[in-house]
Ligand binder design. Structure first.
Ligand code: ADP
Length: 542
């Protein structure tokens, strides 16, 4: 055997001397003897398999470069290979999954040839890492599967599920996720997640995150791709640590954009260490653009359907809420005109009150419609100032006291003496009036209305709730409650008048104060609306 292939017995001190051409080769070169003992190891082999030549020399080639589960078969293969007779020609070309010292697989294309040296037969291996090539062809397959999934999906939910599955299965990512920005709540929601069979996610499986935190949150907040090379070392994010605990090591997220806006993020999680790679990011971003366009097209279609539905609901509302008071006004006015002199003073006053009440109903409706239009187009000014929410709630309760007493309702409040915040007092009064008058309107005689408001422990947020024991809202209808003109079946079935505008206005007002209003899940009868509102909203939004 030529001296240049020799390793000394002490792998730490003696490095094999390689011919210059092998030392400079871009492909990994290694040589081993008939027992599988490594005799030579060039610099490219150090990169491909992660061992220095000093660490590799004299060790078993099977132990060094074969994945643990393939080693038994590898030893048998080696025995077959090395048992050939001297002089017998040997040349093999194969694709093999090799193993890196870091503990990840390396897809390789190898050639094996043998030479007979004075000390015995020597096997020479040239290995070419085909990770990139293999990934490009897998990516092409994933792209085709994504395109097919998008074209054939009947709904955006199905499309999202197909996209993450295609990416996971075709690219070999154990977890892939598609996140979308939820306009209403300023949150990100996981629209679809693929998890490879047998992998359990434990506390990694969250379905909503806030912009700015976790990988999807960071991608959406700054609109750029992020590559986390070591999830375990990403100590800032508890979710990255949860990922590391279930064996995920690397993550990539790219933004989904449509019409110049970030509408979500596509995130993939891998279980082997990989360095950021421009080609992969480029391919990913292309895919994300395709998905972004799809989502935007779907949104436009859904918006058109929503507009048509709003138009129907608007017409239905106008039919009832405009025609009924109008009919009452014209009917009563005609009666007054024809029989004015025959009526007693009390009767005249009674009929005039009917006219006034119905005219007021129409005027409230016109105000609500105008408010909604102005709020939604951003033309209704919100004038924040130092405001006492406690006082506002007490005023709204006083205003509702007489209708509540007329129905035999009890209103109880738990309010601190002062509850200061920076907000528009008139707009908060509008919200308070709407919630309290709804509670009165939708609670049958004898019921109870409970209003509470308090500062939370951090001193930054006020939680305000209005609960009643009334007719409630069927669970299935709750998601639609804050839609313009929407009226729950529980109200319609009982013919309780209303426009379906108050809650939409209330929500728009609360959101312009950077707060949230939600209908809490409810055991038993009644409804509970909860508002969370910051004491000091960030100034740029008010
Ligand atoms: P309106 O009361 O004029 O119809 P809102 O926008 O205030 O309009 O409310 C929308 C719908 O929500 C109502 O029509 C009713 O179906 C339901 N709703 C609101 N508040 C309550 C409540 N406290 N209890 C039961 N249903 C309610």
């Amino acid at each position: 055997m030529p001296a240049e292939f020799e390793c000394s017995g002490n792998p730490d001190t003696a490095l094999p001397r390689l011919p210059a051409v092998l030392a400079a080769a871009l492909d990994a070169y290694l040589a081993f003897d008939a027992s599988g003992r490594v005799l030579a190891w060039n610099p490219a082999a150090e990169t491909t398999f992660g061992y220095t030549s000093a660490q590799a020399c004299s060790r078993s080639v099977v132990e060094l470069i074969m994945p643990p589960e393939a080693r038994a078969a590898g030893r048998a293969e080696l025995a077959a290979l090395t048992s050939s007779l001297p002089g017998q020609k040997q040349a093999l070309r194969l694709q093999r999954t090799a193993w890196h010292a870091n503990g990840h697989e390396v897809p390789t294309e190898m050639t094996i040839t043998a030479t007979d040296e004075p000390t015995g037969r020597v096997f020479h291996v040239f290995a070419h890492d085909i990770t990139t090539t293999q990934r490009a062809s897998r990516f092409a397959a994933a792209e085709a599967a994504v395109a097919r999934g998008l074209a054939e999906a009947e709904s955006s939910t199905i499309a999202a599920a197909r996209v993450v599955e295609a990416l996971g299965v075709k690219m070999g990512w154990p977890v892939t996720e598609l996140w979308v920005v939820d306009d209403d709540r300023q949150l990100l929601t996981c629209a679809a997640r693929y998890v490879e069979p047998g992998r359990r996610l434990h506390d990694f499986a969250v379905d909503t995150v806030e912009p700015g935190v976790t990988l999807p949150g960071r991608v959406c907040a700054d609109g750029t791709a992020h590559w986390i090379t070591d999830l375990g070392a990403d100590t800032k994010s508890p979710r990255s640590r949860a990922a590391a605990r279930i064996g995920l090591r690397v993550a990539v997220g790219v933004p989904l954009c449509a019409a110049g806006r970030v509408i979500g993020a596509l995130c993939v999680y891998g279980d082997r260490v990989e360095d950021p790679e421009d080609t992969l990011l480029g391919l990913f971003s292309g895919l994300a653009a395709q998905i972004g366009q799809y989502v935007e097209r779907r949104r436009a279609e859904e918006l058109a359907i929503e507009l048509a539905r709003t138009k129907d609901e608007f017409l239905a509302m106008v039919t009832h809420e405009l025609r009924n008071p109008l009919a009452a006004i014209t009917g009563t006015a005609t009666l007054l005109q024809e029989a004015f002199d025959d009526l007693t003073h009390d009767e005249q006053r009674h009929y005039l009150r009917i006219v006034t009440r119905n005219a007021e109903r129409l005027s409230v409706m016109a105000d609500d419609l105008l408010d909604l239009a102005r709020l939604e187009s951003g033309h209704l000014a919100i004038n924040p100032t130092s405001t006492d929410l406690g006082a506002i709630i007490r005023q709204a309760v006083d205003a509702a006291a007489s209708p509540a007493a007329g129905k035999g309702l009890t209103i109880t409040t738990q309010l601190p003496e002062h509850l200061e915040l920076h907000a528009d007092p008139d707009r908060l009064r509008q919200v308070a009036d709407n919630l309290v008058s709804n509670a009165v309107k939708y609670t049958p005689a004898g019921g109870t209305i409970t209003i509470t408001a308090a500062l939370d422990d951090t001193g930054r947020t006020i939680t305000w709730s209005v609960a009643d024991t009334g007719i409630g809202i069927p669970a299935a209808e709750r998601p639609r409650l804050f839609r313009r003109f929407y009226r729950a079946s529980s109200a319609l079935d009982r013919c309780i008048p209303g426009t379906g505008l108050g809650l939409v206005i209330a929500r728009t007002i609360i959101e312009s104060h950077q707060g949230t209003i939600t209908l809490s899940d409810h055991e038993g009868p009644g409804a509970t609306f909860t508002i969370e509102i910051p004491v000091k909203p960030r100034s740029e939004r008010l």
